[in-house]
Ligand binder design. Structure first.
Ligand code: PRP
Ligand code: MG
Length: 212
């Protein structure tokens, strides 16, 4: 029997809640933490544990049929990928922040300044919509350290609890967008897999309803 292939974040904030929602849907997965692929015992499904940022491309290429991913990642590099379901967990903001001691007035304060980020497309689009031009310094993680070491005037990153900003003496000055985990679908999904997706969606809807 054909199996639907789902991508789930390998490690990080979405991993646990993603596996939890599958479990709540009655889909059991044997969880060898070191395995990059696992098969469900009671549903025709295979799980691929992947890096967040790689998931849009895997969906596009049809290597996986569906994925549980942060909407912010799709906004950054998967605008062509459709969302089947919003999952109501891993809620966060994608925001601009500056050092606490900077007296910040408006978005134009970023004009001509350097912003450290892992979300260059999202920042560029936001700044363009405000008519502001800044210089982007693209880094993959620990973005919040950049202003303290003189690498940038401000940062753009995910804010969830706000504790990373707090610990690094930064303050959130602009919320660019709000995000949550979503169920995303490959543009090349087959009819057979669509049928399995419908079954999963049906279960997800009742799980989300029960959680309210
Ligand atoms: C993420 C994100 C922020 C932080 C936000 O980083 O890049 O730094 O979480 O969460 P908070 O508001 O609850 O503190 P993560 O810890 O995943 O590490 P990374 O940036 O090195 O990938
Ligand atoms: Mg971080």
């Amino acid at each position: 029997m054909t199996k639907i292939r789902i991508a789930v974040q390998k490690s990080g904030r979405l991993n646990e809640d993603s596996l939890k929602i599958l479990k709540d849907c009655g889909i059991s997965i044997d969880n060898g933490k070191d395995q990059l692929k696992a098969t469900s015992r009671n549903f025709p499904l295979e799980v691929f544990y992947l890096r967040n940022g790689d998931i849009p491309q895997y969906l596009r290429d049809g290597v996986v049929d569906i994925a549980i991913i942060g909407e912010n990642v799709l906004i950054e590099k998967g605008k062509d990928i459709s969302i089947a379901e919003r999952l109501n967990f891993s809620k966060c903001r994608v925001s601009l922040a500056v050092p606490k001691n900077v007296s910040y007035n408006s978005i134009t304060d970023f004009e001509g300044n350097k912003i450290a980020t892992s979300y260059p497309n999202t920042v560029k689009e936001y700044l363009a919509s405000k008519g502001v031009t800044a210089d982007l310094h693209i880094i993959n993680g620990s973005v919040e350290i950049a202003p303290n070491i003189g690498l940038a005037y401000g940062i753009c990153d995910i804010v969830s609890s706000g504790s990373t900003l707090f610990k690094n003496n930064l303050k959130e000055v602009e919320v660019m967008l709000k995000s949550e985990a979503v169920l995303a679908v490959s543009p090349t999904i087959s009819e057979e897999h669509k049928e399995l997706l419908r079954k999963i969606q049906f279960r997800i809807k009742s799980v989300l309803q029960a959680r309210q």
